[in-house]
Design a protein around this ligand. Structure first.
Ligand SMILES: Nc1nc2c(ncn2[C@@H]2O[C@H](COP(=O)(O)OP(=O)(O)O)[C@@H](O)[C@H]2O)c(=O)[nH]1
Ligand SMILES: Nc1ncnc2c1ncn2[C@@H]1O[C@H](COP(=O)(O)OP(=O)(O)O)[C@@H](O)[C@H]1O
Length: 226
């Protein structure tokens, strides 16, 4: 019987959540759910919800909790019987409480990356807006400069990744994330990783997940379905 595993990854913008999540999903076969991806998808679909969401995301403001829970929780309900990893959700205490009404997380990864590193990375971050694929001109450059590897479409840079917007974003992140981090710490499921290089942090996360995912089902709180 495969054991179910539910995890979330937290960290400030640019801390490597997306990059590490892709590695986790690939190495451990978890379903990967990124709040930013679903928000961009709803913006692109131009639905009523998408138009509302755009007004927040464009200004780098947090989308209201009730909109986020309506976006994310039904997707998780569809994944009953699957293992998954959440990136970017929950971001507030209210989102964390809504999530806990649906299920108990097994593990939360928190990334602590120095401000100077975040600033450098984000000023070099280029995105394929339709798919959310992320590049960095030094760390993982596209094969052709300025073009997405898969579609060949142009890459863009978010205005809020520019240094002048970053400090405020990071301060806001810290304020909002603190109670969420404290909640998961009090539940004994928080694992924090610090450093400047994803490639150096990754082996520790890899080994933690290998250990946790091979524990017996009885080591977890919830009853697992086959
Ligand atoms: N130079 C460098 N860039 C990195 C490293 N890890 C991730 N990146 C890049 O930093 C940017 C932010 O990473 P991302 O995974 O999008 O972070 P997120 O905002 O937390 O999801 C992207 O352009 C990544 O390609 C690293 O160790 N070194
Ligand atoms: N859980 C969430 N709650 C509220 N807003 C969110 C959430 N996740 C993402 N967003 C919104 O989407 C934007 C992009 O998110 P994301 O792609 O995770 O990038 P980043 O980690 O760089 O902030 C955020 O700036 C915010 O406006």
């Amino acid at each position: 019987m495969a054991k179910l595993f539910r995890a979330a990854i937290m960290g400030p913008p640019g801390s490597g959540k997306g990059t590490i999540s892709q590695r986790i999903a690939q190495s451990f076969g978890l379903q990967y759910l990124s709040s930013g991806h679903y928000l961009r998808e709803s913006i692109a679909a131009n639905t009523e919800a998408g138009v509302l969401v755009r007004t927040y995301v464009e200004r780098s403001m947090l989308v209201p909790d009730h909109v986020m829970t309506r976006l994310m929780l039904p997707r998780l309900e569809h994944l009953i019987g699957h293992s998954w990893l959440l990136d970017g959700f929950p971001r507030t205490l209210s989102q964390a409480q809504a999530l806990s009404n649906l299920c108990q997380l097994d593990l939360v990864i928190s990334l602590n990356i120095p401000y100077e590193t975040l600033k450098e990375r984000l000023s070099d971050r280029w995105i394929h807006p339709v798919s959310g694929r992320v590049y960095n001109m030094g760390f993982n450059p596209p094969r052709v400069q300025g073009k997405d590897d898969i579609t060949g479409e142009p890459l863009i840079q978010h205005d809020d990744d520019k240094p002048e917007a970053l400090m405020a974003r990071l301060r806001h992140y810290k304020d909002v994330a603190k109670p969420v981090i404290n909640l998961y710490k009090s539940q004994g499921i928080l694992h924090s990783f610090s450093g400047t290089d994803t490639d150096r942090i990754w082996p520790y996360i890899n080994s933690l997940l290998s250990t946790k995912m091979h524990m017996q089902p009885s080591d977890f709180f919830q009853t697992q379905t086959p």
